[in-house]
Design a protein around this ligand. Sequence first.
Ligand code: ADP
Length: 431
Amino acid sequence: MFRKVHIRLTLLCAGITAVIMIIMSLCYLYVSETGLYRNQFQSFQNDINTITTNLEQQSVISMEWLSKMEAQGNYLFFVLDGGVPFLYNQLSSVQGNATRGILLDECRNVYQNMIAKDASVQSESSYRSSHFEFEFVSESTASKYFGSVINMGPYASTLEIIVLSSLQSLEEQILEQRFHFILIDLAAIILLTVFAWLFTGLLLKPIMENHQKQIRFVASASHELRTPLAVILSAAECCKNASAEKREGFLKTIHQEGLRMSSLVNDMLTLSGSDNQRFAVYPKSIELDTLLMNSYEAFDPLAREKSITLSVSLPDKAVPPCSADPERISQVISILLHNAISYTPEQGRIELSLSHKKEHFYLSVRDNGIGISDEDKKKIFDRFYRVEKSRSAKGHFGLGLSIAYEIIKAHGGSIQVTDAEGGGSIFTIIL
Ligand code: ADP
């Protein structure tokens, strides 16, 4: 499921960015190409102005001069007298360019059509030399040309000079530019797809992890509930044919396992409330030393039962009040004390202590029990995690520390575990 979502998100991200990039590239190409055509046309017009001025200053149009101009400017010149090609064109044709004649005809046709449509094109010609530039596509060579028709003024009114400039090199330059853009766009799309794949992968990672956690949580919860349920069902079955005396024992088992299930369900509800942000914490000004003493008194009999010495250490000076939810903080201390008693052997020692430094309260539970390896320290706050050695302990589902963690987190504090000197563990709550 996540793989499909990953692929779809990648395609969506890369697709949208690629479309935007292609539109931008097309806009750039349009602006750049129209600019190139405009500049080329302007430079052609400037050249024609210069040529016209030169021609006006010459009393005789020299063929040598025309050949030189052709060679220099990549232009084709045609001289027409009364519409008939003049000697220069004949010489050039003989020299080998057979398409010149066709080009000349095509250019003149385009020009004649323009004059037919718009008479102003030719208006100035009767007083002085005039010229008119335009663009046309030659059907014979299938390429574009700029053409100019120069009318040589009143003294040479039958003389017409036509100049053609091929746009082939400009078109090649534009094609090259387009090709470069296609390559750049393709490379960018590949990079974008890789980036989108990594980026969406990073986005999906916490969701996938959360999903895996949920699956593990449900699996572990079902597993934990199955054991007491199986015991209850078999005890109920045995009750049917048991004597009154034995039945009493079975009913006791059913009651105990029922209590176990109820406590597990309560723990799971607490955690699910914290996941849905429905974890209610009602802070008020409380005295932590009093709270600690109450917990001590509640757990002392249990510790004594196991021959464990439970002690409490409070600061000499009065501790300022702390803003916290007394019920929830007592619940966390109970979890830590319950664990400490469970994982400390007989004749062991447990110390509850409180200190206050720089606006922080430090509540700690130290024991000299079995201790926790560095590897396990990273995992004990995970749901349903139990260190292998403690798996057999009844009434322990591996949810206590996860609940403690969520409660302290809801208070904006932190909880950490360290090794105690000489063995055992120290759990410290910082508020
Ligand atoms: P449990 O209900 O199993 O105690 P917890 O979440 O409270 O679950 O604790 C998780 C695991 O951390 C326990 O199974 C135990 O292995 C380890 N643990 C917790 N407290 C202590 C302690 N004081 N000393 C040694 N191990 C502990």
